[in-house]
Design a protein around this ligand. Sequence first.
Ligand SMILES: C[S@@+](CC[C@H](N)C(=O)[O-])C[C@H]1O[C@@H](n2cnc3c(N)ncnc32)[C@H](O)[C@@H]1O
Length: 278
Amino acid sequence: MLVHVDPNPDATPHASFWASSVKKLAALGLSLSLAGAATAAPRLDVPYVPTPHDVVHRMLEMAEVQPDDYLIDLGSGDGRIVIAAVQNWNVQRALGIDLDPQRVEEAEENARAAGIEDRVEFEQGDLFEKDISDADVLTMYLLSSVNYRLRPVILESMKPGTRVVSHAFDMREWEPDETDTVGNSTIYLWIVPANVGGRWELTTADDSRVELHLMQRFQDVQGDARINDSAASFANASLRGDRIRFTVAGEEYQGRVEGDRIVPAEGDETQGWHARRL
Ligand SMILES: C[S@@+](CC[C@H](N)C(=O)[O-])C[C@H]1O[C@@H](n2cnc3c(N)ncnc32)[C@H](O)[C@@H]1O
């Protein structure tokens, strides 16, 4: 059975409405087809529903998109997120990937109409097979179940600090760093956290040794500390991308995680310290 999904850009139904419809369709094992498709429709994980332009704008604003960012939109539809990033945020590298060749054609046509065809790339392919590790900003309007499948790829392959923005759908236990709403749409932003879980030795400016044991769940960090083999207080830990903050024995540390080292970040007042993974 074929199901027609109305591609009218301004007729986006409430996200939860279409999400529940999509889930029902998926549960019934129906194949989704688009109006006018001449050949067999690809088996999409998510049907085509465009993000309203004001939501696109807010998504890119929340991601604090910069010209030197590489942006990837997974399931890029008519290309509107990629095109807006280039047109309004002057992004130099932007890629949209979509399984449906009709969408890729539309996106390329829209980029040509906007006069930016040589600054964007649209690729026909499966988002689960794409290497996304180079992106600085990842945008998505998919489904929670699809986001959930992407979650380990995002956490394990993307650089700390990568901004991930999703229209309407969350990442289950991985709480967003920020959310906002535009009309009926919820927007989620996550900052890919550095990997900090484990044991560290922090050497202070006056050469004292602090042993830290950090326990990490996504961007949430708890820990304990020992100074010269005695327990010390560890508090106020936070992690955003590669930036970590915590207080040991009342002293605040603001660091930047560089693999197996943590060094003082700009603005840190307790300079002269460093930490290394044990
Ligand atoms: C809800 S639309 C979002 C379109 C666009 N990102 C936007 O926000 O306007 C989801 C898109 O994902 C595409 N898609 C579905 N499954 C896919 C897959 N496995 N790989 C790549 N694209 C896929 C669909 O063709 C559709 O264009």
